[in-house]
Design a protein around this ligand. Structure first.
Ligand code: ADP
Length: 483
């Protein structure tokens, strides 16, 4: 990796403002080549305990800081991320595998949360409530929740971090970050830039670790950690929620999606295909708002499949840094095995394999783009996230059927609809049981919108003016005995 600033590569733990060694190490790999990139120090349970103690100390000062100071530090951090965006994108693409163009876009997306919450930091207003008694006055103030633990995934190694850290810092919370063990280098480069931005020791601490369950358990069970914010699988999210029960911890959970897209006969089909391509194949299909289930009205089913096939044949699969690449590898071999099994199972149950691309490197983590038609609702790939570049298409006959199919899922993160009938679009927007609906659009995520899901897709919202509420308590002040 040829970086302009090689000192952005950190491989130790950030504890109380100092990068320091752990007692063991683990390797981080490039998913496209299988090559080892670097060995990273492993945070133990003991290191986690230390991080909590430092965070408690830092919290006392940090929550007293002025909003303007926090905004200033966040703006510094934002500037540094922009200044080093190329290096950050290289680090991200190398450890995660997404094409460099996507990695660059993610860094800008990640930076946008820092800027947004730098601005929001100064607008944490309380209320004066019209009183119910002449001798009383009623008010609310907002206060930082306290020490926050953030556990983040590998699919967006930068954005899922800033989306949590920026509002936490803006609110006056310290953060202990446990990034994914598959992509810790982006997290540590972002943390290094936060250090350079001037955040005090202990405001941000980073625990790269192979011992996710033990470290996670301590973070959940410690009464000194006041909030857990997690993005990852529904399975782990439920486990963490259970572990947080004993301390009744505040929780934000961004868990799995199983996003449907409903394409009606009156839709602009080329636009629908372009939308499906963007939302299905970004990050090789490894995003939680990825289109997982494609439902197409029977009158345009064949036509849609042909258009989608043509578009899919334009995908260029390869390593992140190769020019022109639009589709990277999956994160690891287990992911390839899982996607292969889902596809094989669907074919065995009667799905039609319309097309599968060539795997660019045999035996690697690349999974070829694959188009399956005539899938049915009972197939495993319609019930769970595929998390791979596999488009699964199924016909429907009526609006009611489409809504019912879309809502038959325990997940409820995003859904997408394509139609030109405005009344229908409004009906669908209200009927779909999800947190976010893309209407003739699939690029729905920015820093200004509340990102989050319903049902088993999680709790809370990230980004937007609501995102900071997750890190604040509302305190009521009742002033009595006034004369
Ligand atoms: P994915 O399927 O996207 O890899 P995971 O839920 O396994 O999602 O991982 C998301 C994050 O959760 C990662 O940082 C991972 O290390 C962490 N994690 C996994 N298992 C646990 C656990 N038992 N306790 C705490 N964190 C965990």
């Amino acid at each position: 990796m040829l970086l302009s600033d090689p000192s952005l590569i950190k491989n130790t733990l950030l504890l109380n403002g100092v990068w320091q060694a752990g007692s063991s190490q683990f390797a981080v790999y490039n998913p496209a080549t299988g090559e080892e990139i670097i060995w990273v120090h492993n945070a133990s349970v003991k290191d986690t305990q230390l991080a909590i103690e430092y965070a408690v100390l830092a919290q006392k000062q940090w929550q007293q800081s002025l909003a303007a100071e926090r905004a200033f530090l966040l703006k510094n951090w934002h500037q540094l991320v922009l200044q080093h965006q190329h290096d950050l994108a290289l680090i991200l693409a190398t450890e995660q595998g997404k094409p460099l163009s996507e990695a660059k876009a993610e860094i800008l997306y990640a930076a946008s949360f820092i800027e947004w919450f730098a601005e929001e930091a100064k607008r944490l207003y309380g209320d004066v409530i019209p009183t119910t008694a002449a001798n009383r006055r009623l008010m609310t103030i907002k206060q930082a929740v306290g020490v926050v633990a953030a556990i983040t995934p590998w699919n967006f190694p930068a954005a899922m971090i800033t989306r949590k850290l920026a509002p936490a810092f803006a609110a006056g919370c310290t953060v202990i970050l446990k990034p994914s063990e598959l992509t810790p280098l982006t997290a540590m480069a972002l943390a290094e830039l936060a250090q350079r931005a001037g955040f005090a020791p202990g405001v941000l601490q980073v625990l790269p670790t192979k011992e996710a369950s033990a470290v996670g358990e301590l973070l959940c069970q410690s009464p000194d950690v006041k909030k857990l914010t997690f993005t990852g699988s529904t399975r782990v999210g439920k486990l963490l929620m259970r572990q947080c029960a004993d301390t009744v911890k505040r929780l934000s959970l961004e868990l799995g999606g199983n996003a449907p897209v409903l394409i009606f006969a009156d839709a602009d089909l080329p636009k629908a295909v372009a939308g499906v391509m963007a939302a299905k194949f970004r990050n090789a299909g490894q995003t939680c708002v990825c289109i997982n289930r494609i439902y197409v009205e029977r009158a345009v089913y064949q036509e849609f499949n042909q258009l989608l096939l043509k578009a899919m044949q334009q995908l260029v699969q390869g390593s992140a840094l190769e020019p022109g690449v639009t589709l990277g590898p999956l994160i690891n071999t287990e992911a390839v095995t899982k996607v292969s099994a889902l596809v094989q199972q669907a074919i065995n149950q009667g799905a039609t394999l319309m097309w599968a691309g060539q795997k660019p490197v045999a035996g690697s983590n690349f999974y070829p783009p694959t188009l399956l038609c005539d899938v049915t609702q009972d197939m495993a790939l319609m019930q769970q996230e595929i998390f791979g570049p596999v488009a699964a298409v199924m016909p429907f006959d009526s609006e009611q059927e489409a809504i019912s199919l879309a809502n038959q899922s325990a997940a409820g993160l995003a859904a997408y609809v394509y139609s030109n009938d405005i009344s229908r679009l409004w009906r669908l927007a209200e009927a779909l049981q999800v947190g976010m609906v893309g209407i003739n659009e699939t690029a729905i995520s920015t820093e200004v919108i509340p990102f989050g899901g319903v049902k088993e897709s999680g709790l809370g919202r990230e980004g937007s003016r609501y995102g900071i509420d997750e890190y604040l308590e509302i305190k009521h002040l009742c002033w009595g005995g006034l004369v």
